[in-house]
Design a protein around this ligand. Structure first.
Ligand code: GLU
Length: 537
């Protein structure tokens, strides 16, 4: 997985690319690079290094080149170590390229096209640059199509040709690219987070189509050469919502945004005190027809699924499995037309979840997904989608995406319990009433962040723990916090019905994790060896 950006327009491209890469850094952060075309000479300059965007920024600061067209990449290595040479962009002949994904047949291509001596890196990506260059005879579309037809695997490719001033080309299979055009120019990226500083409108580049970005227009064509009208979508994210808003880390900002994110998520699915998915086009009968439920997800989204599993078992009394999406296909999953498959993914691009969903669809299952990013691959592949309204989540550790996913599951459970005759109207309404109080409960929990911070500082006191045995910290419901051993450290959790305690409890633990990490001086938003969105298998 990695982050890709491309821009051609009126602004100085270096800053546009570096700012965007910083926003995409949660997708991978072992190397970074940009290629920019000198406006005066049309020469292509590549700056890249192993390390963070901040390292790349330091390198670029010294360079004074006026350029308004360029591409950038933040790498999460799959082929070849973390070195300057393996960082993208890669240049071969007339071609400068960045790539997200894995080209499985890269070794065959090296042999078939005699590339051994020309490659400067160990990556599969440079092989693609070389292949496109091999086919390039002044016609970008021809070269891209011929090269892409030889590739096996997943790819989002963004290419500049030396003799095509101001134009950027892109083509993809599975790995995502979104694009837009606005007053400042035309741009593309791996995801919306990098574009939403400029505009709320974007489209998903369809697979096996060629996108051309020009300064004042975009041109999309299919592989037969027919012009295709892009399908623009709008997000309601605020234009500057991807910034840190004065917080030292995205994680803290995102923790603090939870009351609003949960409120906005649930309010669009509640009518007259009842769960209602009609505006999202989700029909009631999918919840009554099914005999079993299978949740597929990875990472934190899977944990939201585990909470849902406990609720469904206890309240709806249905058979429900929670499958790790990356293992799904290898465990002979029992999914059929009587199974409701629920896929959960913040980005909607988690490749294992996407593949699991495709498999389930083939077996005849109805597929519903819970997604944060409109128009993402999983959303498009699903029969029905319920969107969370978390807004951009940049920190690798998921907080508001998790609690908004949970809130959608609570609505689903209420709906199922009602439709399957377990809850009467009054019971559903009181369940939903409690859910509507969750944002206030979370706000109360957040007001205690200093208390949690104090504990976070003491937990780090390793000497004390070693010499006197571990300290006991109680996160406990307010009403139960009586007559406690005075040696305990206590943080009371604001009261709400037991079923909903997961919300304040999760927020308390998010705060604890955040402060432990930030007080140790770690880079909270980018834990070592962990990327947020897994877009390669
Ligand atoms: N396979 C490519 C590499 O290792 C791209 C990986 C990515 O998507 O970040 O450089």
């Amino acid at each position: 997985m990695c982050g890709i950006i491309g821009y051609t327009g009126s602004e100085e491209v270096k800053n546009v690319l570096l700012d965007a890469l910083e926003l995409l850094e949660y997708r991978g952060y072992d190397s970074a690079g940009i290629a920019i075309k000198n406006d005066a000479t049309q020469e292509t300059n590549v700056y890249k290094c192993a390390g963070r965007v901040s390292d790349l920024r330091a390198i670029c600061e010294k360079k004074r080149i006026l350029s308004t067209c360029g591409i950038g990449h933040i790498r999460w290595a799959t082929h070849g170590g973390v070195t300057d040479a393996n960082a993208h962009p890669h240049r071969q002949g007339q071609v400068t390229l960045v790539h997200n994904g894995i080209v499985e047949n890269y070794k065959d291509l090296i042999n078939s096209y005699d590339m051994q001596d020309m490659l400067k890196s160990e990556t599969d990506s440079e092989v693609v640059a070389s292949l496109i260059n091999h086919y390039y005879k002044g016609k970008p579309h021809e070269a891209l199509k011929k090269a892409v037809r030889k590739l096996k695997g997943t790819f989002a490719l963004v290419v500049m040709f030396d003799d095509q001033p101001g134009v950027i080309y892109a083509v993809r299979n599975v790995s995502p690219i979104v694009a837009t055009i606005c007053e400042e120019g035309a741009m593309l990226a791996s995801d919306l987070t990098a574009l939403c500083r400029f505009t709320n409108e974007y489209f998903v580049v369809p697979e096996y189509h060629i996108l051309e970005l020009h300064k004042d227009k975009i041109v999309l064509t299919d592989f037969e050469g027919n012009l295709v009208e892009p399908e623009f979508m709008e997000v309601d994210w605020e234009l500057n919502s991807a910034g840190k808003a004065g917080y030292p880390f995205y994680m803290e900002k995102e923790i603090m945004e939870q009351p609003d994110a949960i409120r906005t998520t649930i309010e669009s699915y509640i009518k007259d005190g009842m769960p209602d998915f009609s505006e999202a086009g989700v029909p009631d009968d999918i919840f009554t027809k099914c005999e079993r439920i299978c949740i597929v997800a990875c990472g934190t989204a899977r944990h939201a699924g585990l909470v849902a599993q406990a609720l469904v078992k206890r309240i709806v009394h249905m058979h429900i499995d929670v499958e790790m999406a990356s293992e799904f296909m290898y465990t002979d999953p029992v999914v059929d037309e009587k199974t409701l498959v629920i896929a959960v993914s913040q980005s909607g691009e988690t490749i294992d979840t996407l593949e699991a969903l495709k498999y389930a669809k083939k077996q005849g299952s109805t597929c519903l997904s819970i997604i944060n990013v409109k128009g993402s691959s999983i959303a498009r592949e699903s029969d029905y989608v319920l969107y969370t309204a978390a807004g951009p989540e940049i920190a690798v550790a998921s907080t508001k995406a998790y609690t908004t996913q949970l809130s959608v599951f609570y609505l689903l459970v209420a709906k199922m319990a009602y439709l399957r005759g377990i809850f009467g109207i009054e019971e559903v309404k009181s369940f939903i009433d409690a859910l509507e109080r969750v944002p206030d409960t979370v706000t109360k929990m957040l007001a205690k962040k200093r208390e949690v911070h104090v504990i976070a500082k003491e937990l780090s006191n390793i000497k004390e723990v070693k010499s006197r045995g571990a300290d006991i910290v109680l996160f406990i419901k307010e009403e139960l916090a009586v007559d406690l051993d005075p040696s305990y450290k206590v943080v009371t959790l604001p009261d709400i019905e037991d079923y909903f305690m997961v919300f304040p409890a999760s927020v308390a633990l998010q705060l604890l994790a955040y402060y432990v990490s930030s007080d140790k001086g770690f880079d909270v938003d980018k834990p070592r060896n962990l990327a947020k969105v897994v877009t390669v298998e």
